[in-house]
Write a protein that binds this ligand. Structure first.
Ligand code: DON
Length: 566
Protein backbone atom coordinates (compact mmCIF):
# COMPACT_ATOMS: atom_id res chain seq x y z
CA UNK A 1 0.00 0.00 0.00
CA UNK A 2 1.20 3.48 -0.83
CA UNK A 3 -0.09 6.91 -0.06
CA UNK A 4 -2.22 8.79 -2.56
CA UNK A 5 0.13 10.83 -4.72
CA UNK A 6 0.77 14.36 -3.64
CA UNK A 7 -0.34 15.73 -7.01
CA UNK A 8 -3.92 15.25 -5.90
CA UNK A 9 -3.42 17.89 -3.26
CA UNK A 10 -1.52 20.09 -5.68
CA UNK A 11 -4.26 19.70 -8.25
CA UNK A 12 -6.97 20.63 -5.77
CA UNK A 13 -5.13 23.76 -4.68
CA UNK A 14 -4.53 24.79 -8.27
CA UNK A 15 -8.27 24.63 -8.86
CA UNK A 16 -8.84 27.18 -6.12
CA UNK A 17 -6.45 29.73 -7.53
CA UNK A 18 -6.57 29.23 -11.28
CA UNK A 19 -9.92 28.32 -12.82
CA UNK A 20 -8.67 29.40 -16.26
CA UNK A 21 -8.93 27.80 -19.67
CA UNK A 22 -11.57 27.41 -22.28
CA UNK A 23 -13.67 24.47 -23.29
CA UNK A 24 -15.12 25.85 -26.46
CA UNK A 25 -14.06 25.19 -30.01
CA UNK A 26 -13.14 28.08 -32.25
CA UNK A 27 -13.11 27.56 -35.97
CA UNK A 28 -10.22 25.44 -37.12
CA UNK A 29 -7.79 26.07 -39.97
CA UNK A 30 -9.10 24.13 -42.97
CA UNK A 31 -8.73 24.87 -46.70
CA UNK A 32 -11.49 26.99 -48.21
CA UNK A 33 -12.02 24.42 -50.96
CA UNK A 34 -12.99 20.76 -50.44
CA UNK A 35 -10.88 17.84 -51.70
CA UNK A 36 -13.15 17.22 -54.72
CA UNK A 37 -13.49 13.55 -53.88
CA UNK A 38 -14.62 11.62 -50.81
CA UNK A 39 -13.28 9.09 -48.30
CA UNK A 40 -15.07 6.78 -45.88
CA UNK A 41 -13.59 4.28 -43.44
CA UNK A 42 -15.90 2.02 -41.44
CA UNK A 43 -15.89 -1.35 -39.73
CA UNK A 44 -17.85 -3.07 -42.51
CA UNK A 45 -17.52 -2.87 -46.28
CA UNK A 46 -21.31 -2.88 -46.74
CA UNK A 47 -21.55 0.22 -44.55
CA UNK A 48 -18.71 2.01 -46.38
CA UNK A 49 -20.39 1.19 -49.70
CA UNK A 50 -23.78 2.40 -48.37
CA UNK A 51 -22.13 5.75 -47.59
CA UNK A 52 -20.82 6.04 -51.15
CA UNK A 53 -24.21 4.99 -52.55
CA UNK A 54 -25.86 7.91 -50.78
CA UNK A 55 -23.09 10.35 -51.81
CA UNK A 56 -23.78 9.19 -55.38
CA UNK A 57 -27.43 10.18 -54.94
CA UNK A 58 -26.41 13.77 -54.22
CA UNK A 59 -25.97 13.43 -50.47
CA UNK A 60 -23.27 15.08 -48.38
CA UNK A 61 -21.07 13.63 -45.61
CA UNK A 62 -23.95 13.91 -43.14
CA UNK A 63 -26.34 11.91 -45.33
CA UNK A 64 -23.52 9.41 -45.84
CA UNK A 65 -23.09 9.21 -42.05
CA UNK A 66 -26.80 8.37 -41.67
CA UNK A 67 -26.40 5.63 -44.29
CA UNK A 68 -23.21 4.22 -42.71
CA UNK A 69 -24.69 4.28 -39.18
CA UNK A 70 -27.96 2.61 -40.16
CA UNK A 71 -26.18 -0.02 -42.27
CA UNK A 72 -23.85 -0.81 -39.36
CA UNK A 73 -27.05 -1.22 -37.29
CA UNK A 74 -27.92 -4.09 -39.63
CA UNK A 75 -24.58 -5.70 -40.54
CA UNK A 76 -22.62 -5.10 -37.31
CA UNK A 77 -25.38 -5.36 -34.72
CA UNK A 78 -23.04 -6.72 -32.10
CA UNK A 79 -21.36 -3.31 -31.99
CA UNK A 80 -24.00 -0.65 -32.50
CA UNK A 81 -27.59 -0.23 -33.56
CA UNK A 82 -30.78 1.76 -33.29
CA UNK A 83 -31.29 0.25 -29.84
CA UNK A 84 -28.08 2.04 -28.77
CA UNK A 85 -26.50 5.46 -29.01
CA UNK A 86 -23.69 7.46 -30.59
CA UNK A 87 -21.59 10.55 -30.36
CA UNK A 88 -20.66 12.31 -33.56
CA UNK A 89 -18.51 15.25 -34.47
CA UNK A 90 -19.51 17.11 -37.63
CA UNK A 91 -17.54 19.68 -39.60
CA UNK A 92 -19.62 21.80 -41.97
CA UNK A 93 -17.41 23.25 -44.69
CA UNK A 94 -19.80 26.05 -45.77
CA UNK A 95 -19.36 27.97 -42.52
CA UNK A 96 -16.33 26.16 -41.09
CA UNK A 97 -18.38 25.10 -38.09
CA UNK A 98 -17.78 22.11 -35.80
CA UNK A 99 -20.83 20.52 -34.20
CA UNK A 100 -21.16 17.73 -31.64
CA UNK A 101 -24.27 15.51 -31.67
CA UNK A 102 -24.88 13.71 -28.40
CA UNK A 103 -27.20 10.76 -29.06
CA UNK A 104 -26.18 9.00 -25.86
CA UNK A 105 -28.74 6.82 -24.07
CA UNK A 106 -30.49 8.01 -20.90
CA UNK A 107 -31.55 6.22 -17.74
CA UNK A 108 -35.29 5.45 -17.64
CA UNK A 109 -37.37 7.35 -15.07
CA UNK A 110 -37.84 4.25 -12.93
CA UNK A 111 -34.09 3.57 -12.64
CA UNK A 112 -33.37 1.86 -9.34
CA UNK A 113 -29.75 1.49 -8.28
CA UNK A 114 -30.61 -1.38 -5.95
CA UNK A 115 -31.16 -3.80 -8.83
CA UNK A 116 -27.51 -3.43 -9.86
CA UNK A 117 -26.12 -4.36 -6.44
CA UNK A 118 -25.74 -7.97 -5.33
CA UNK A 119 -26.49 -9.25 -1.82
CA UNK A 120 -22.77 -8.96 -1.07
CA UNK A 121 -22.78 -5.24 -1.89
CA UNK A 122 -20.75 -5.89 -5.03
CA UNK A 123 -21.92 -4.93 -8.54
CA UNK A 124 -24.49 -7.33 -9.99
CA UNK A 125 -23.02 -7.79 -13.46
CA UNK A 126 -26.00 -9.79 -14.67
CA UNK A 127 -28.57 -7.00 -14.24
CA UNK A 128 -26.13 -4.30 -15.40
CA UNK A 129 -25.09 -6.04 -18.64
CA UNK A 130 -27.83 -8.51 -19.62
CA UNK A 131 -31.53 -8.12 -20.32
CA UNK A 132 -33.85 -5.11 -20.36
CA UNK A 133 -32.82 -3.60 -17.01
CA UNK A 134 -29.34 -3.02 -18.44
CA UNK A 135 -30.69 -0.91 -21.29
CA UNK A 136 -30.81 2.87 -21.45
CA UNK A 137 -33.36 4.69 -23.62
CA UNK A 138 -31.87 4.55 -27.14
CA UNK A 139 -30.41 7.68 -28.68
CA UNK A 140 -29.30 6.57 -32.14
CA UNK A 141 -32.64 7.00 -33.97
CA UNK A 142 -33.13 10.55 -32.61
CA UNK A 143 -29.51 11.43 -33.41
CA UNK A 144 -29.77 10.22 -37.01
CA UNK A 145 -33.04 12.07 -37.55
CA UNK A 146 -31.45 15.23 -36.12
CA UNK A 147 -28.34 14.91 -38.30
CA UNK A 148 -30.40 14.35 -41.46
CA UNK A 149 -32.84 17.19 -40.73
CA UNK A 150 -30.28 19.84 -39.73
CA UNK A 151 -27.25 19.00 -41.86
CA UNK A 152 -28.18 16.52 -44.60
CA UNK A 153 -29.54 17.21 -48.06
CA UNK A 154 -31.57 14.04 -48.59
CA UNK A 155 -34.71 12.61 -46.95
CA UNK A 156 -34.36 9.65 -44.60
CA UNK A 157 -36.15 7.50 -47.19
CA UNK A 158 -32.96 7.81 -49.29
CA UNK A 159 -30.29 7.71 -46.59
CA UNK A 160 -31.91 4.77 -44.76
CA UNK A 161 -32.59 2.86 -48.00
CA UNK A 162 -29.37 0.75 -48.05
CA UNK A 163 -29.96 -0.42 -44.46
CA UNK A 164 -33.60 -1.27 -45.16
CA UNK A 165 -32.61 -3.16 -48.32
CA UNK A 166 -29.91 -5.21 -46.55
CA UNK A 167 -32.21 -5.99 -43.61
CA UNK A 168 -34.90 -7.17 -46.07
CA UNK A 169 -32.75 -9.09 -48.55
CA UNK A 170 -30.28 -10.39 -45.98
CA UNK A 171 -26.49 -10.56 -45.85
CA UNK A 172 -23.90 -13.11 -44.78
CA UNK A 173 -22.53 -12.21 -41.34
CA UNK A 174 -18.73 -12.37 -41.17
CA UNK A 175 -16.64 -14.48 -38.79
CA UNK A 176 -16.46 -11.68 -36.22
CA UNK A 177 -20.28 -11.41 -36.11
CA UNK A 178 -20.60 -15.20 -35.71
CA UNK A 179 -17.89 -15.19 -33.03
CA UNK A 180 -19.81 -12.67 -30.95
CA UNK A 181 -22.97 -14.78 -31.22
CA UNK A 182 -20.87 -17.64 -29.81
CA UNK A 183 -19.61 -15.37 -26.98
CA UNK A 184 -23.14 -14.25 -26.07
CA UNK A 185 -25.09 -17.42 -26.87
CA UNK A 186 -26.09 -18.22 -23.30
CA UNK A 187 -27.68 -14.83 -22.76
CA UNK A 188 -29.18 -14.64 -26.27
CA UNK A 189 -30.80 -18.04 -25.54
CA UNK A 190 -32.63 -16.59 -22.53
CA UNK A 191 -34.78 -14.32 -24.67
CA UNK A 192 -37.03 -15.94 -27.33
CA UNK A 193 -36.96 -12.96 -29.74
CA UNK A 194 -33.14 -12.89 -29.57
CA UNK A 195 -32.76 -16.65 -29.98
CA UNK A 196 -35.18 -16.67 -32.94
CA UNK A 197 -32.86 -14.32 -34.85
CA UNK A 198 -29.35 -15.31 -33.77
CA UNK A 199 -29.67 -18.97 -32.80
CA UNK A 200 -31.66 -20.62 -35.61
CA UNK A 201 -32.51 -24.17 -34.55
CA UNK A 202 -30.96 -23.35 -31.16
CA UNK A 203 -27.43 -23.31 -32.62
CA UNK A 204 -24.79 -20.71 -33.36
CA UNK A 205 -24.96 -20.40 -37.16
CA UNK A 206 -21.93 -21.23 -39.26
CA UNK A 207 -20.24 -19.38 -42.13
CA UNK A 208 -22.45 -18.93 -45.19
CA UNK A 209 -25.61 -18.28 -43.15
CA UNK A 210 -27.83 -15.52 -44.52
CA UNK A 211 -29.43 -13.23 -41.95
CA UNK A 212 -32.66 -11.55 -43.05
CA UNK A 213 -34.39 -9.19 -40.62
CA UNK A 214 -37.90 -8.25 -41.73
CA UNK A 215 -38.84 -6.82 -38.30
CA UNK A 216 -35.77 -4.57 -38.25
CA UNK A 217 -36.53 -3.49 -41.83
CA UNK A 218 -40.06 -2.48 -40.76
CA UNK A 219 -38.71 -0.59 -37.75
CA UNK A 220 -36.30 1.30 -40.02
CA UNK A 221 -39.12 1.97 -42.50
CA UNK A 222 -41.24 3.54 -39.74
CA UNK A 223 -38.24 5.72 -38.84
CA UNK A 224 -37.78 6.71 -42.51
CA UNK A 225 -41.47 7.53 -42.92
CA UNK A 226 -42.19 9.34 -39.65
CA UNK A 227 -38.80 10.50 -38.41
CA UNK A 228 -38.42 10.71 -34.64
CA UNK A 229 -42.07 9.80 -34.00
CA UNK A 230 -41.56 6.63 -36.05
CA UNK A 231 -39.41 5.24 -33.24
CA UNK A 232 -40.23 7.12 -30.01
CA UNK A 233 -44.02 7.03 -30.49
CA UNK A 234 -46.54 4.72 -32.16
CA UNK A 235 -46.01 1.09 -32.99
CA UNK A 236 -42.23 0.84 -32.44
CA UNK A 237 -42.47 2.58 -29.07
CA UNK A 238 -45.34 0.33 -28.00
CA UNK A 239 -43.45 -2.82 -29.01
CA UNK A 240 -40.30 -1.66 -27.18
CA UNK A 241 -42.14 -0.81 -23.95
CA UNK A 242 -44.21 -4.02 -24.00
CA UNK A 243 -41.10 -6.15 -24.58
CA UNK A 244 -39.07 -4.40 -21.89
CA UNK A 245 -41.81 -4.58 -19.24
CA UNK A 246 -42.77 -8.11 -20.24
CA UNK A 247 -39.24 -9.30 -19.44
CA UNK A 248 -38.74 -7.47 -16.13
CA UNK A 249 -37.65 -4.11 -17.55
CA UNK A 250 -38.87 -0.68 -16.48
CA UNK A 251 -39.25 1.44 -19.62
CA UNK A 252 -42.38 3.53 -20.15
CA UNK A 253 -43.89 5.29 -23.16
CA UNK A 254 -43.04 8.57 -21.40
CA UNK A 255 -39.32 7.62 -21.27
CA UNK A 256 -39.26 7.15 -25.03
CA UNK A 257 -41.26 10.32 -25.75
CA UNK A 258 -38.96 12.37 -23.54
CA UNK A 259 -35.73 11.31 -25.23
CA UNK A 260 -33.89 14.15 -27.01
CA UNK A 261 -30.63 14.07 -28.96
CA UNK A 262 -28.58 17.14 -28.04
CA UNK A 263 -26.15 19.41 -29.77
CA UNK A 264 -23.22 20.44 -27.65
CA UNK A 265 -20.20 22.65 -28.14
CA UNK A 266 -17.21 20.43 -29.04
CA UNK A 267 -14.02 20.68 -27.00
CA UNK A 268 -10.93 22.07 -28.58
CA UNK A 269 -7.27 21.94 -27.58
CA UNK A 270 -4.18 23.30 -29.33
CA UNK A 271 -1.10 21.08 -29.44
CA UNK A 272 2.13 21.73 -31.31
CA UNK A 273 0.52 23.84 -34.04
CA UNK A 274 -2.51 21.56 -34.46
CA UNK A 275 -6.06 22.08 -33.25
CA UNK A 276 -7.76 18.97 -31.94
CA UNK A 277 -11.56 19.16 -31.86
CA UNK A 278 -13.11 16.38 -29.82
CA UNK A 279 -16.00 15.11 -27.70
CA UNK A 280 -17.28 17.07 -24.65
CA UNK A 281 -19.14 15.48 -21.70
CA UNK A 282 -21.05 13.24 -21.36
CA UNK A 283 -17.97 11.78 -23.03
CA UNK A 284 -14.96 11.69 -20.78
CA UNK A 285 -12.75 11.12 -23.82
CA UNK A 286 -12.22 14.68 -25.02
CA UNK A 287 -11.44 15.99 -21.54
CA UNK A 288 -8.93 13.20 -20.96
CA UNK A 289 -7.30 13.68 -24.37
CA UNK A 290 -7.06 17.45 -23.82
CA UNK A 291 -5.60 16.98 -20.35
CA UNK A 292 -3.00 14.50 -21.62
CA UNK A 293 -2.01 16.74 -24.53
CA UNK A 294 -1.74 19.76 -22.22
CA UNK A 295 0.60 17.80 -19.95
CA UNK A 296 2.65 16.46 -22.88
CA UNK A 297 2.93 19.96 -24.41
CA UNK A 298 5.49 20.79 -21.74
CA UNK A 299 7.84 17.95 -22.75
CA UNK A 300 9.95 17.64 -25.87
CA UNK A 301 9.10 14.01 -26.57
CA UNK A 302 11.01 13.96 -29.87
CA UNK A 303 14.28 14.52 -27.99
CA UNK A 304 13.72 11.52 -25.69
CA UNK A 305 14.28 7.80 -26.29
CA UNK A 306 11.12 5.70 -26.79
CA UNK A 307 11.11 4.41 -23.21
CA UNK A 308 11.22 7.86 -21.61
CA UNK A 309 8.75 9.40 -24.08
CA UNK A 310 6.39 6.47 -23.40
CA UNK A 311 6.88 6.77 -19.63
CA UNK A 312 5.83 10.45 -19.73
CA UNK A 313 2.82 9.59 -21.88
CA UNK A 314 1.76 6.80 -19.51
CA UNK A 315 2.10 9.15 -16.52
CA UNK A 316 -0.07 11.72 -18.33
CA UNK A 317 -2.69 9.04 -19.06
CA UNK A 318 -2.66 7.98 -15.40
CA UNK A 319 -3.37 11.53 -14.21
CA UNK A 320 -6.11 12.20 -16.77
CA UNK A 321 -7.93 8.94 -15.95
CA UNK A 322 -7.79 9.72 -12.28
CA UNK A 323 -9.73 12.94 -12.94
CA UNK A 324 -12.07 11.05 -15.25
CA UNK A 325 -13.08 8.75 -12.43
CA UNK A 326 -13.66 11.54 -9.98
CA UNK A 327 -15.26 14.48 -11.72
CA UNK A 328 -17.07 13.56 -14.91
CA UNK A 329 -20.71 12.84 -15.67
CA UNK A 330 -23.70 14.21 -17.62
CA UNK A 331 -23.31 18.00 -17.96
CA UNK A 332 -27.09 18.42 -17.65
CA UNK A 333 -26.94 16.91 -14.15
CA UNK A 334 -23.54 17.64 -12.61
CA UNK A 335 -21.31 20.66 -12.30
CA UNK A 336 -17.83 19.73 -13.46
CA UNK A 337 -14.63 21.72 -13.02
CA UNK A 338 -14.03 21.80 -16.78
CA UNK A 339 -12.16 25.10 -16.72
CA UNK A 340 -9.72 23.54 -14.29
CA UNK A 341 -9.35 20.25 -16.14
CA UNK A 342 -8.70 22.02 -19.45
CA UNK A 343 -6.42 24.71 -18.07
CA UNK A 344 -2.77 24.79 -19.14
CA UNK A 345 -1.89 25.84 -15.56
CA UNK A 346 -3.56 22.76 -14.17
CA UNK A 347 -1.59 20.66 -16.65
CA UNK A 348 1.61 22.45 -15.49
CA UNK A 349 0.79 21.36 -11.94
CA UNK A 350 0.21 17.77 -12.94
CA UNK A 351 3.36 17.73 -15.07
CA UNK A 352 5.41 18.90 -12.10
CA UNK A 353 4.39 15.77 -10.19
CA UNK A 354 5.79 13.42 -12.86
CA UNK A 355 9.19 11.95 -12.15
CA UNK A 356 11.31 11.80 -15.32
CA UNK A 357 12.18 8.14 -14.79
CA UNK A 358 9.92 6.63 -12.12
CA UNK A 359 6.32 5.42 -12.29
CA UNK A 360 3.89 7.05 -9.81
CA UNK A 361 1.85 4.34 -8.01
CA UNK A 362 -1.82 4.97 -8.80
CA UNK A 363 -3.65 4.70 -5.53
CA UNK A 364 -4.48 2.81 -2.41
CA UNK A 365 -7.24 0.85 -4.10
CA UNK A 366 -6.67 -2.76 -5.15
CA UNK A 367 -6.35 -3.24 -8.86
CA UNK A 368 -9.41 -4.58 -10.67
CA UNK A 369 -9.28 -6.79 -13.71
CA UNK A 370 -10.61 -5.05 -16.78
CA UNK A 371 -11.88 -7.22 -19.63
CA UNK A 372 -10.36 -7.21 -23.09
CA UNK A 373 -11.80 -4.52 -25.33
CA UNK A 374 -12.39 -4.26 -29.02
CA UNK A 375 -15.03 -6.61 -30.40
CA UNK A 376 -17.99 -4.23 -30.05
CA UNK A 377 -18.82 -0.56 -30.47
CA UNK A 378 -17.81 0.96 -33.77
CA UNK A 379 -16.36 4.10 -35.28
CA UNK A 380 -16.43 5.51 -38.80
CA UNK A 381 -14.91 8.56 -40.47
CA UNK A 382 -16.10 10.49 -43.53
CA UNK A 383 -14.84 13.41 -45.65
CA UNK A 384 -16.90 14.46 -48.67
CA UNK A 385 -15.91 16.36 -51.82
CA UNK A 386 -16.85 19.73 -50.26
CA UNK A 387 -14.77 19.12 -47.16
CA UNK A 388 -17.67 18.27 -44.81
CA UNK A 389 -16.54 15.72 -42.24
CA UNK A 390 -18.04 13.29 -39.75
CA UNK A 391 -16.32 11.34 -36.99
CA UNK A 392 -18.88 9.09 -35.30
CA UNK A 393 -18.55 6.46 -32.58
CA UNK A 394 -21.62 4.28 -32.03
CA UNK A 395 -22.32 1.68 -29.39
CA UNK A 396 -24.67 -0.77 -27.74
CA UNK A 397 -21.89 -1.19 -25.10
CA UNK A 398 -20.87 -4.88 -24.75
CA UNK A 399 -21.24 -7.48 -27.52
CA UNK A 400 -24.89 -7.47 -28.65
CA UNK A 401 -25.60 -4.98 -25.86
CA UNK A 402 -28.09 -6.50 -23.41
CA UNK A 403 -28.55 -9.48 -25.82
CA UNK A 404 -32.26 -8.66 -25.55
CA UNK A 405 -34.22 -8.15 -28.75
CA UNK A 406 -37.57 -6.43 -28.31
CA UNK A 407 -40.10 -8.79 -29.94
CA UNK A 408 -41.48 -7.57 -33.27
CA UNK A 409 -38.86 -4.81 -33.71
CA UNK A 410 -35.61 -6.61 -34.54
CA UNK A 411 -33.97 -4.05 -32.22
CA UNK A 412 -31.21 -5.24 -29.88
CA UNK A 413 -31.35 -3.16 -26.72
CA UNK A 414 -28.09 -1.74 -25.43
CA UNK A 415 -26.57 -2.49 -22.01
CA UNK A 416 -25.29 1.02 -21.49
CA UNK A 417 -26.54 1.22 -17.86
CA UNK A 418 -23.22 -0.47 -16.95
CA UNK A 419 -21.43 2.74 -18.01
CA UNK A 420 -22.94 4.48 -14.96
CA UNK A 421 -21.12 4.19 -11.65
CA UNK A 422 -23.82 1.81 -10.38
CA UNK A 423 -21.91 1.00 -7.21
CA UNK A 424 -19.73 4.05 -6.48
CA UNK A 425 -16.04 3.23 -6.41
CA UNK A 426 -16.54 -0.26 -7.86
CA UNK A 427 -15.24 -0.95 -11.37
CA UNK A 428 -17.60 -1.34 -14.32
CA UNK A 429 -17.03 -3.75 -17.22
CA UNK A 430 -14.09 -1.63 -18.35
CA UNK A 431 -12.50 -1.38 -14.91
CA UNK A 432 -13.59 2.27 -14.69
CA UNK A 433 -14.53 3.44 -11.22
CA UNK A 434 -16.93 6.32 -11.16
CA UNK A 435 -18.04 8.61 -8.42
CA UNK A 436 -21.31 10.42 -7.65
CA UNK A 437 -20.92 12.56 -10.76
CA UNK A 438 -21.69 9.45 -12.80
CA UNK A 439 -24.34 7.88 -10.53
CA UNK A 440 -27.58 6.97 -12.34
CA UNK A 441 -30.56 9.33 -12.12
CA UNK A 442 -33.79 9.40 -14.14
CA UNK A 443 -33.15 10.92 -17.58
CA UNK A 444 -29.39 11.20 -17.01
CA UNK A 445 -26.79 10.20 -19.61
CA UNK A 446 -24.15 7.69 -18.55
CA UNK A 447 -20.53 8.77 -18.99
CA UNK A 448 -18.86 7.50 -22.16
CA UNK A 449 -15.29 7.09 -23.36
CA UNK A 450 -16.29 7.63 -26.99
CA UNK A 451 -13.92 10.18 -28.51
CA UNK A 452 -14.69 11.01 -32.14
CA UNK A 453 -12.11 13.66 -33.05
CA UNK A 454 -10.80 15.95 -35.77
CA UNK A 455 -7.17 17.05 -35.98
CA UNK A 456 -6.69 20.25 -37.97
CA UNK A 457 -3.20 21.32 -39.06
CA UNK A 458 -2.04 23.91 -41.56
CA UNK A 459 -1.31 21.23 -44.16
CA UNK A 460 -3.29 18.17 -43.08
CA UNK A 461 -6.55 17.14 -41.46
CA UNK A 462 -7.55 13.86 -39.78
CA UNK A 463 -10.92 12.34 -38.86
CA UNK A 464 -10.33 9.73 -36.19
CA UNK A 465 -11.91 7.49 -33.56
CA UNK A 466 -12.12 3.92 -32.27
CA UNK A 467 -14.13 1.50 -30.16
CA UNK A 468 -12.45 -0.15 -27.18
CA UNK A 469 -14.21 0.90 -23.94
CA UNK A 470 -11.83 2.87 -21.74
CA UNK A 471 -8.98 2.25 -24.22
CA UNK A 472 -10.83 4.37 -26.79
CA UNK A 473 -9.30 7.43 -25.16
CA UNK A 474 -5.69 6.28 -25.31
CA UNK A 475 -6.02 4.73 -28.75
CA UNK A 476 -7.40 7.98 -30.13
CA UNK A 477 -4.71 9.96 -28.30
CA UNK A 478 -1.96 7.76 -29.81
CA UNK A 479 -3.59 8.17 -33.23
CA UNK A 480 -3.61 11.96 -32.83
CA UNK A 481 0.05 11.98 -31.81
CA UNK A 482 0.96 9.74 -34.76
CA UNK A 483 -0.91 12.02 -37.16
CA UNK A 484 0.93 15.04 -35.77
CA UNK A 485 4.17 13.08 -36.31
CA UNK A 486 3.25 12.93 -40.02
CA UNK A 487 1.64 9.49 -40.25
CA UNK A 488 -1.16 8.68 -42.72
CA UNK A 489 -4.47 6.95 -42.00
CA UNK A 490 -2.99 3.61 -43.08
CA UNK A 491 -0.01 4.01 -40.73
CA UNK A 492 -2.14 5.24 -37.82
CA UNK A 493 -4.53 2.30 -37.94
CA UNK A 494 -1.65 -0.20 -38.20
CA UNK A 495 0.36 1.32 -35.34
CA UNK A 496 0.66 -0.85 -32.20
CA UNK A 497 -0.96 0.49 -29.03
CA UNK A 498 -0.66 0.75 -25.24
CA UNK A 499 -2.95 1.97 -22.48
CA UNK A 500 -2.96 3.10 -18.84
CA UNK A 501 -6.15 4.12 -17.00
CA UNK A 502 -4.94 4.95 -13.46
CA UNK A 503 -6.64 1.86 -12.03
CA UNK A 504 -5.79 -0.93 -12.44
CA UNK A 505 -2.24 0.38 -12.09
CA UNK A 506 -0.66 -1.29 -15.09
CA UNK A 507 0.20 -0.64 -18.72
CA UNK A 508 -1.78 -2.78 -21.18
CA UNK A 509 0.36 -3.43 -24.24
CA UNK A 510 -0.23 -4.87 -27.67
CA UNK A 511 2.30 -7.56 -28.58
CA UNK A 512 5.23 -5.96 -30.36
CA UNK A 513 4.52 -2.35 -29.37
CA UNK A 514 7.84 -2.07 -27.51
CA UNK A 515 11.19 -3.72 -28.24
CA UNK A 516 12.96 -5.66 -25.48
CA UNK A 517 15.13 -2.72 -24.40
CA UNK A 518 12.14 -0.38 -24.07
CA UNK A 519 10.16 -3.02 -22.17
CA UNK A 520 13.06 -3.45 -19.74
CA UNK A 521 13.55 0.32 -19.35
CA UNK A 522 9.82 0.84 -18.59
CA UNK A 523 9.82 -2.07 -16.15
CA UNK A 524 12.91 -0.65 -14.42
CA UNK A 525 11.06 2.67 -14.04
CA UNK A 526 8.37 0.81 -12.10
CA UNK A 527 5.73 0.20 -14.78
CA UNK A 528 3.89 -3.12 -14.77
CA UNK A 529 3.34 -4.20 -18.39
CA UNK A 530 0.67 -6.71 -19.36
CA UNK A 531 -0.14 -8.09 -22.79
CA UNK A 532 -3.66 -7.45 -23.95
CA UNK A 533 -5.60 -8.49 -27.04
CA UNK A 534 -7.61 -7.62 -29.05
CA UNK A 535 -7.32 -3.86 -29.54
CA UNK A 536 -9.95 -1.51 -31.00
CA UNK A 537 -11.13 -1.05 -34.49
CA UNK A 538 -9.88 2.33 -35.73
CA UNK A 539 -11.32 3.80 -38.89
CA UNK A 540 -9.43 6.89 -39.94
CA UNK A 541 -9.52 9.31 -42.86
CA UNK A 542 -6.75 11.83 -43.54
CA UNK A 543 -6.58 14.72 -46.00
CA UNK A 544 -3.29 16.22 -47.17
CA UNK A 545 -4.17 19.73 -48.34
CA UNK A 546 -0.86 20.24 -50.17
CA UNK A 547 -1.40 17.39 -52.60
CA UNK A 548 -5.19 17.20 -52.10
CA UNK A 549 -4.93 13.48 -51.40
CA UNK A 550 -7.24 11.53 -49.13
CA UNK A 551 -6.32 8.34 -47.29
CA UNK A 552 -9.01 6.12 -45.73
CA UNK A 553 -7.96 3.17 -43.62
CA UNK A 554 -9.78 0.54 -41.63
CA UNK A 555 -7.93 -1.21 -38.83
CA UNK A 556 -5.83 -4.05 -40.35
CA UNK A 557 -6.54 -6.14 -37.22
CA UNK A 558 -10.03 -6.84 -38.60
CA UNK A 559 -10.75 -7.97 -42.14
CA UNK A 560 -14.42 -6.84 -42.34
CA UNK A 561 -13.65 -3.11 -42.45
CA UNK A 562 -13.15 -0.96 -45.51
CA UNK A 563 -11.44 2.37 -46.05
CA UNK A 564 -12.15 3.72 -49.52
CA UNK A 565 -11.39 6.89 -51.47
CA UNK A 566 -13.52 7.67 -54.51
O1 DON B 1 -19.58 4.56 -24.21
C1 DON B 1 -18.64 3.88 -23.83
O2 DON B 1 -17.60 4.33 -23.37
C2 DON B 1 -18.74 2.36 -23.94
N1 DON B 1 -20.14 1.98 -23.91
C3 DON B 1 -18.04 1.90 -25.15
C4 DON B 1 -17.95 0.39 -25.19
C5 DON B 1 -16.90 -0.12 -26.09
O3 DON B 1 -16.18 0.61 -26.73
C6 DON B 1 -16.77 -1.59 -26.17
N2 DON B 1 -15.80 -1.95 -27.15
N3 DON B 1 -14.85 -2.48 -27.17
Amino acid sequence: MVHAPSWRVLAASLFLVVGAGSASAQSAPVPTKGPGHAAIASANYLATNAGFEVLGKGGNAFDAAVAVSSTLAVVEQQSSGIGGGFMALLHRASDNRDIFIDARETAPKAVDMKVYVGKDGQPNRDTSTNGPLSAGIPGEPAGLVWMAAHYGKLPLSVSLAPAIRIATEGFQPDARFLGTIEDRKDVLARYPASAAIYLPGGEVPSAGWTLKQPDLAKTLQRLAAKGRDGFYKGETARLLVDASRGAGGNWTAADLEAYQAKEREPLSVDYKGYRIVTAPPPSSGGIAIAEILNILAGFDLAKLDVAHATHLTIESMRRAFRDHNEYLGDPDFVKMPLDMLLSKYYADGLRATISPDKATPSDLLPAAMAPEPGMHTTHFSVIDAEGNMVASTLTVNLEFGSAFVAKGTGVVLNDEMDDFALVPGQPNAFGLRGALANAPEPGKRMLSSMSPSFVFGADRTAVIGSPGGSTIITQVLEGILAFIDGKSATQITAQKRYHHQYLPDRVDVEAGVFDDATTKALTDMGHVLRNRSPWGFMNVVTWDHRTNTLDAASDPRRPSGLGKVQ
